[in-house]
Ligand binder design. Structure first.
Ligand code: MD3
Ligand code: FE
Length: 217
């Protein structure tokens, strides 16, 4: 039997790991909603297809990205920023589906952050070999809201660093359905994803999908 997001808070307690103050790992939290999540994602990518952005330094990112919500995270030769308009379509980003918003808010509350109002969901798609080097998320206007991250599809190894780039990073394996909440003192920690290994998942095929919910503005 599959329990809904709201029926199983007690069960999730058992699989909740507090990594440090402000950082909570909710193993399998998104799994009960996997079908609705992938349906909503299919609708988003018809309007805003995945694309490989160019970094300000001129490199093509190995991770393919799209967004939904009031804003989207974009990168080009001019820099990183949030934009209400998708530069590929010149139209607003697709709206954030209810299943995404409800999941992000329930996870944030579970991690100790009530009233999370994300205005962006960045969708990252990794194929074998794709990676995200160590960075901080600091393009947002403020850092009081948490970041909620949902891992789907094939597994990956998350690199969890400290508040300085040279701080030693811990490796955390992430699998389908895992959700992480990062707020408070954990919000500006360095983090990244090691090159993804080949794999197959029935819902995502050869890909890893990550949903990152943020309050950008
Ligand atoms: C820790 N994405 O899009 S999400 C990103 O799996 C990004 O696609 C990774 O980092 C991914 O910027 C990791 C986990 C995550 C997100 C934000 C954080 C971890 C974080 C902010 C602070 C500390
Ligand atoms: Fe990040």
């Amino acid at each position: 039997m599959t329990l809904s997001l709201f029926e199983d808070a007690a069960l999730y307690q058992a699989r909740r790991e507090e990594l440090c103050p402000g950082a909570t790992l909710l193993r399998g939290f998104a799994a009960p909603n996997e079908a609705a999540i992938f349906e909503a994602l299919a609708c988003i990518v018809t309007q805003a297809p995945f694309r490989h952005l160019i970094t300000p330094g001129g490199f093509r990112m190995s991770v393919a990205m799209t967004n939904c919500g009031s804003y989207g995270w974009v990168s080009d030769r001019a820099g990183y920023r949030y934009d209400a308009i998708d530069p590929e379509s010149n139209k607003p980003w697709p709206r954030m589906p209810d299943v995404f918003l409800n999941l992000a808010q329930a996870a944030a509350a579970n991690g100790g952050f009530d009233d999370f109002e994300p205005d962006v969901c960045l969708v990252n798609r990794y194929e074998a070999g794709a990676r995200l080097s160590l960075h901080q998320d600091k393009n947002e206007r403020g850092f009081s809201a948490p970041i909620v991250s949902v891992s789907l599809g094939i597994p990956a190894v998350f690199l969890w660093g400290g508040s300085r780039r040279e701080d030693k990073a811990v490796r955390i394996p992430l699998t389908h359905g895992d959700v992480m909440v990062w707020g408070g003192p954990a919000r500006l920690r360095y983090h990244g994803i090691l090159p993804v290994k080949e794999g197959y998942h029935p819902l995502s095929g050869v890909h890893r999908i990550n949903l990152t919910f943020r309050k950008a503005i």
